[in-house]
Unconditional design. Structure first.
Length: 151
């Protein structure tokens, strides 16, 4: 009987914590959209992000070669404005630029990643960034990979 009571209380605490976390995330994304009118959006409107590609293989690059820039194009395929809350890169050798304003439904935009070759060691590399949006609780990973060679 005690085990059942303990499990029930544990489940109640977990559900309460998840509800509170969702409420806080909703407020955070709402604060980012102060200039967006949502009065005409249906109650079930949601944002959705669809990338053209999330992966670039840069191949073999010269050791003293130039920085590599790639654009990750995406579309808001949802029915509500898309907000990119933050982008976290896996390395200081990556510079990431992303839209700070909400992206309207049906609109295309881009995230630009610059791989700073001078800060990257030689050999094979796999560098990524996690894109956090109001479209999902899970981030989308965008990736650059290749090999930095001597020749």
């Amino acid at each position: 009987m005690r085990k059942l009571l303990f499990i029930s209380l544990l489940a109640l605490v977990i559900v309460a914590c998840q509800s509170n976390r969702r409420g806080q995330q909703g407020n955070a994304s709402g604060d980012s959209m102060d200039n967006v009118s949502v009065g005409t959006l249906p109650a079930d409107a949601t944002a959705a992000i669809k990338f053209d590609t999330v992966f670039f293989d840069l191949g073999a690059l010269e050791i003293d070669g130039p920085d590599q820039t790639r654009e990750f194009l995406f579309t808001n395929t949802g029915s509500a404005p898309l907000v990119i809350q933050k982008v976290e890169s896996s390395c200081t050798c990556l510079e990431v630029d992303y839209p700070k304003d909400p992206i309207a439904p049906g609109t295309r935009s881009k995230i630009t990643m610059i791989l700073k070759m001078g800060e990257l060691g030689s050999g094979q590399f796999y560098r990524s960034a996690n894109v956090y949006t109001n479209a999902s609780e899970e981030p989308t990973e965008i990736i650059l990979q290749g090999i930095k060679c001597y020749e």
